[in-house]
Design a protein. Structure first.
Length: 104
């Protein structure tokens, strides 16, 4: 009995490393924005945290190269990065109320 040719080609990867990566990105990024963004400006700690996240993302994607090679995973990861930009806008700009007029 011969095995079908597509038996080993149709691998279904779990999304565990993707979920872990996105969760870690959002938690670290949200905390870094809260600690380092104020009405006066951006503290240098935000750039250090972003550099740390970039290295963590690089090594996680490199370690799980076969999972992140799928198109679906790449789209989910790109949408999560856009979501982080939206998170920065909401936490770092809108929530601070720096340009609001103070009542008399």
């Amino acid at each position: 009995m011969n095995a079908p040719e597509s038996l080993f080609k149709d691998r279904h990867y779990s999304l565990q490393s993707l979920i872990t990566l996105i969760t870690a990105n959002y938690i670290v990024f949200a905390m870094a924005v809260q600690w380092s963004v104020s009405c006066e400006g951006i503290h240098w700690f935000l750039w250090v945290a972003l550099a740390g996240l970039a290295f963590y993302n690089y090594y996680t994607i490199r370690r799980n190269r076969d999972e992140f090679a799928e198109k679906k995973t790449q789209i989910i990861y790109a949408v999560s990065l856009v979501g982080m930009a939206l998170l920065y806008y909401l936490l770092g700009i809108v929530a601070l109320h720096c340009n609001t007029v103070k009542p008399l």
